[in-house]
Design a protein around this ligand. Structure first.
Ligand code: SAH
Ligand code: SF4
Length: 367
């Protein structure tokens, strides 16, 4: 099997080239061609010795996951569904805004953590994505988008993806090594050169892995809180039974020691009548008092047989106001790309529908 070079960070690629008897700068050149120029054909890597260009194809490939579906919604949100093996789909979403372009990246096929309101969690866990499959999502997005004008600004950006959030399918910290290697490539100036604060890992709260991330790669951290007390969080985010809130808050404080002047973003999915009452907002204030943080309130995105409902506008407004009055910065996630099910986990969930009916319908719509 040829080696997929998308699986390597620069260090790994250098080691691989050294084994071939090549100098380290060769690795840097190839790394630039792959990640900065989007080139997969070794023959086009013109500054590399001809003999190497000719032998590389026997040993290596540059292979991103295959696109099975790509679609842009009316508001410019773009979504890809990647084929990562039999009946397996993962999704990636690009959200263009005036001042940035954010890519939402998946880390696993399915997820083992079974949060009750999450369509990915309901699908169960299938497998971890490889480094090539994780960084391949950014590779595809960056290099396909840079040939298109931005829908909002009309400009053709050299690097359309300015921010990455690990908020697609899966729990990134449960696929720790592959995610950290992929993050390293995102931050590397020889590849995408994203700054540490423009890359966000979202976790449901795997406490030991949060500590390891702080040491290895302290990017921006979002923590999926969703409940202000253990009794409620035990029910909707089951990993809370293993790492309860007091431990989670302590881990957040430790994380910020490694990421000075940063803050934690607490994500909070609003589930009507479950966690959206004024009392819940007041409890959150007590819980997070010692953690520099801001809140991102996410209206629940319904899917069939979830058993939950979207919150109504008034309870959300009251909830937000209570937090703001206590001095918190609160954002509310806009729903975007609704017409293409851009909410994380939703499209792939449909594809997992064994009959493949939905997939066929989507291909027809996209054609
Ligand atoms: N596993 C990680 C990252 C992926 S989920 C985590 O849980 O943080 C990314 C975000 O989408 C999380 O905050 C998650 O709680 C939220 N989410 C999952 N299902 C949702 C739904 N149906 N509606 C709205 N947000 C949802
Ligand atoms: Fe997994 Fe995150 Fe979904 Fe929970 S919310 S099941 S951790 S993907």
């Amino acid at each position: 099997m040829p080696q997929n070079l998308l699986d390597f960070d620069l260090e790994g690629l250098t080691a691989w080239f050294t084994e071939l008897g090549e100098k380290p700068f060769r690795a840097r050149q190839v790394f630039h061609w792959i990640h900065q120029s989007g080139v997969t054909d070794f023959a086009q890597m013109t500054d590399i010795a001809r003999s190497l260009r000719e032998t590389l194809p026997q040993r290596a490939v540059v292979q991103a996951p295959a696109i099975s579906f790509a679609h842009t919604s009316a508001d410019g949100t773009r979504k890809w569904l990647f084929d990562v093996g039999v009946a397996n789909g993962i999704e990636t979403v690009f959200i263009p805004e005036d001042d940035r372009g954010t890519l939402c990246v998946s880390s696993q096929v399915g997820c083992a953590l079974e949060c009750t309101f999450c369509s990915t969690g309901r699908q169960g866990f299938n497998r971890n994505l490889t480094v090539a499959e994780i960084i391949g999502q950014l590779w595809v997005a960056q290099h396909s988008l840079k040939t298109e004008p931005n829908r909002t600004t009309g400009e053709i950006a050299d690097r359309p993806v300015s921010n990455v959030v690990m908020m697609g399918m899966g729990e990134p910290l449960a696929n720790f090594e592959n995610v950290v290697t992929a993050l390293g490539i995102m931050l590397d100036d020889h590849a995408y050169g994203l700054s540490r604060r423009r890359v966000t890992v979202s976790t449901s709260g795997l406490v030991p892995a949060m500590d390891r991330l702080a040491e290895r790669c302290p990017v921006a951290l979002a923590v999926s809180l969703h409940a202000p007390n253990d009794a409620l969080r035990d029910q909707i985010v089951p990993i809370n039974r293993k790492y309860p809130l007091a431990e989670l808050m302590a881990a957040c404080r430790r994380y910020l020691v490694h990421a000075p002047r940063d803050f934690i973003t607490f994500e909070y999915v609003m589930l009507a009548g479950v966690n959206d009452q004024p009392e819940h907002a007041r409890q959150l204030i007590g819980l997070t008092r010692d953690v520099p943080c801001k809140f991102n309130l996410i209206p629940f995105n319904p899917f069939p047989e979830s058993g939950y409902e979207k919150p109504r506008a008034e309870p959300m407004r009251v909830f937000r106001q209570i937090l703001q009055d206590a001095g918190y910065v609160v954002t509310t996630r806009k729903t975007r790309g609704d017409d293409i099910d851009a909410a994380c986990g939703q499209l792939a969930g449909k594809v997992a529908d064994k009959s493949g009916r939905v997939m066929k319908r989507m291909r027809k719509e996209a054609a």
